[in-house]
Ligand binder design. Structure first.
Ligand code: CP
Length: 314
């Protein structure tokens, strides 16, 4: 595998999940792969899980890790091509990326949607500059439109907890005070569509996702009907794709409650974290045995490790 930016980069999805599960049982079994190899993790945006789990994954493989918080630790970086650089950004990505590439063997990049231009976000302007100019493999640690490391861990977690071969997996919009990107949900839908799970997406009108991720999947606009018989409830907020970046609703009737979970087939509750308590989901659900959000976060290590292993072996 050369780069990892979506599920389509994996040579074989089933084998990738099996590799991550094998690594979970034997995390230090491939330490020889990373000897004298270095990964640089570049953050344009904040992180807790992705930063620590990817570092841990690299360390489990024997790699050296370096972390750069762009705009905090380093120079502010210009990403526009052809501009007169007379503003507050003294360095261009065009130089910064290949320089970083000379210092390492793999680069991980986190660069969220900026919500300044739908086109810039949905053409992955920053991530693609890394792929074009780095000269080393690139791992997306959440880009403008996808969060593949999260989706990998989500899939692994469903495989661990499912109680029937074809579980019903429900992705539900839930309210949030701020406008959030669509990356986690785009990626989740895209990834789940590569499985034979019964995937149902539910959200208020106006929150339709990009058809390139949804394919021919239909939306169930009635959250209660969507929850009926579900094995997994994956809650997440996202801002509107059609009215790009706008908050169209903060309807607390979409918050995941114990009453709504009672409609399900004793479903497990999932969320990528960080989660806003009593906005996205009530304390009662999040603190119940149904919640598997901590297991899901733990699996971020092993899924990242599987990705790094595949790149190191290429
Ligand atoms: N789920 C996730 O990506 O968490 P962080 O934003 O804390 O990395």
């Amino acid at each position: 595998m050369q780069h990892f930016t979506s599920v389509y980069d994996l040579p074989n999805l089933t084998e990738a999940i099996n590799t991550a599960r094998e690594i979970k049982n034997n995390p230090y079994g491939y330490q020889y792969l990373g000897k004298n190899k270095t990964i640089v993790l570049i953050f344009f945006d904040s992180s807790l899980r992705t930063r620590l789990s990817t570092q841990k994954a690299a360390m489990n493989l024997g790699m050296n890790t370096m972390v750069l918080n762009v705009n905090q630790d380093g120079w502010r970086l210009e990403s526009e091509m052809g501009v007169v650089m007379d503003g507050d950004k003294p360095e261009h990505l065009r130089e910064a990326i290949p320089v970083i590439g000379r210092y390492c063997d793999i680069i991980g990049v986190r660069a969220f949607a900026r919500f300044e231009s739908k086109e810039d976000d949905y053409t992955e302007k920053i991530l693609n500059q890394f792929i074009q100019f780095a000269g080393v493999p690139i791992i997306s640690m959440e880009a403008a439109t996808r969060h593949p490391l999260q989706s990998f861990a989500d899939h692994m977690t469903i495989e661990e907890f499912k109680t029937r071969a074809r579980p019903k997996v429900v992705l539900s919009w839930a309210p949030h005070p701020r406008a959030l990107p669509q990356a986690v949900v785009n990626s989740f839908v895209e990834w789940m569509r590569q499985t034979d799970y019964d995937l149902v997406v539910t959200h208020p009108k106006g929150y339709e996702l990009d058809p390139r991720f949804m394919g021919n999947l239909e939306v169930q606009y009635d959250q209660d009907k969507a929850f009926d018989g579900a094995d997994f409830i994956y809650a997440k907020n996202w801002s509107s794709y059609t009215q790009y970046g706008e908050i169209l609703s903060k309807d607390m009737n979409w918050t995941v409650t114990a009453q709504k979970m009672a409609l399900t087939n004793n479903a497990k509750f999932m969320h990528c974290l960080p989660v806003r308590r009593n906005m996205i989901v009530t304390d009662e659900v999040l603190d119940s045995p149904s919640s598997i959000v901590i297991d899901e976060a733990e699996n971020r290590v092993y899924s990242a490790q599987a990705v790094l292993k595949m790149i190191l072996e290429a």
